[in-house]
Design a protein around this ligand. Structure first.
Ligand SMILES: NC(=O)c1ccc[n+]([C@@H]2O[C@H](COP(=O)([O-])OP(=O)(O)OC[C@H]3O[C@@H](n4cnc5c(N)ncnc54)[C@H](O)[C@@H]3O)[C@@H](O)[C@H]2O)c1
Ligand SMILES: [Zn+2]
Ligand SMILES: [Zn+2]
Length: 354
């Protein structure tokens, strides 16, 4: 089969590799019908994630059809159309028993496209298939559903739930990339008074508006002032950090109100300052987290019911074989306007009554 193979920093290729096969009785092999690229894949390609060994197939998000299931797999069968989650929980370790799947200690967690071959391929072997795969209702489009593999659970769990977004809140989302935009949408499910999106890119701010942000601000034009104006000087109830740099984390801690929540979602590569000289008196809660994907069944139900937009987040669609071009477009997002780039052919024939 063909797959996108990482060959060390700066080097990837769409090339022939052996077809994946079952290695464990709890594995399944899935034919990939829709797959997307993540900012994390770009970090891997740059060499920021040294655990990824050269030779690994990248990708941790997909929708496809089960073609083979190990003898212990009970929840899916060959022929089922499934979502492949970015987290593969063992389901048995203490972390998984507490639904902290991202922290799995039993050989699972974030393994696809990280520690084992991933989804940017024609086929993928998925470990712990009963926990990692979610059968999809027939009406849900494969390319829409692929957004449930990573960005929606991340934005919802690590942003909205950790941030305790509640009715009437003012929510600031710093960073309007795919994850921040998904957080704008997911925060809206809680009837906040307003959602304010902050970014440096006007096109992304326009996308935030289209997805329901009530106000937007450029990060380099004193967004704190807009938050102050809209909250009569109190500050935001919730600030969600969806960039991953010190400046944006510090902006979140400046815009949050006393008693409010800062939910960090961004992956950070450098230390950020925690201004305890200002914060010690403010009763704020700061959370961090790796996505667990424990919310995936609920998000799937919401997307099926038309409560989560999907198509608006997808800016580019390619056939699977255009993987290298898709990386090119995605890695130059500022010029190409790329948000989510989805590849594959939806081979699923919707079974709607004639
Ligand atoms: N915690 C988790 O489990 C988890 C899971 C997935 C992704 N992430 C992380 O979430 C973050 C967002 O992911 P994404 O795919 O949307 O990334 P992205 O790079 O597409 O988006 C980041 C956005 O931040 C904006 N930005 C850059 N500098 C800024 C600044 N100074 N002020 C305001 N905005 C600024 C960019 O214009 C861009 O729109 C990344 O750090 C990613 O690694 C975390
Ligand atoms: Zn990802
Ligand atoms: Zn586990």
């Amino acid at each position: 089969m063909k797959a996108l193979v990482f060959h060390g920093p700066g080097r990837t290729a769409w090339e022939d590799v052996p077809d994946p096969a079952l290695e464990d009785a709890s594995d399944a092999v899935v034919r990939v019908d829709a797959v997307t690229l993540c900012g994390t894949d770009l970090h891997i390609v740059k060499g920021d994630v040294p655990e990824v060994a050269p030779g690994t197939v990248l990708g941790h998000e997909a929708v496809g059809e089960v073609v083979e299931a190990g003898s212990e797999v009970r929840g899916v069968r060959p022929g089922d159309r499934v979502l492949v989650s970015c987290i593969s929980p063992c389901g048995r370790c203490p972390s998984c028993r507490g639904a902290r799947y991202g922290q799995c200690r039993g050989g699972g967690g974030w393994v696809l496209g990280h520690l084992v071959d991933g989804t940017q391929a024609e086929f993928v072997r998925v470990p712990f298939a009963d926990m990692s795969l979610h059968p999809l209702p027939s009406a849900l489009d494969s390319q829409d559903a692929v957004l449930l593999a990573d960005i929606y659970p991340t934005a919802y769990e690590v942003g909205v739930l950790n941030g305790r977004v509640s009715p009437g809140d003012t929510v600031v989302v710093v960073g309007a990339g795919p994850v921040g935009l998904a957080a704008v949408t997911a925060a809206g499910l809680y009837s906040p008074a307003r959602v304010i999106a902050v970014d440096l890119d006007d096109a992304r701010l326009a996308a935030a508006r289209a997805l329901g942000a009530d106000a937007v601000a450029r990060a380099d034009e004193q967004p704190e002032r807009l938050v102050d104006d809209l909250t009569a000087g109190t500050g935001a109830d919730v600030a969600i950090e969806a960039v991953g740099i010190p400046a944006t984390f510090e902006l979140c801690t400046r815009t949050v109100r006393p008693g409010g929540h800062v939910a960090n979602v961004g992956v950070h590569g450098k230390p950020a300052a925690l201004h305890l000289e200002d914060l010690w008196i403010k009763d704020i809660t700061i959370t961090t987290g790796l996505v667990d994907t424990s919310s995936t069944p609920r998000l799937l139900a919401m997307m099926s019911a038309g409560r989560l937009p999907a198509g608006d987040l997808i800016t580019h669609r390619f056939p699977l074989a255009a993987m290298e071009e898709a990386y090119e477009v995605f890695s130059r997002a500022a010029e190409t306007g790329a948000l989510k780039v989805v590849l594959g052919q939806d081979r699923h024939d919707a079974v709607l009554p004639a």
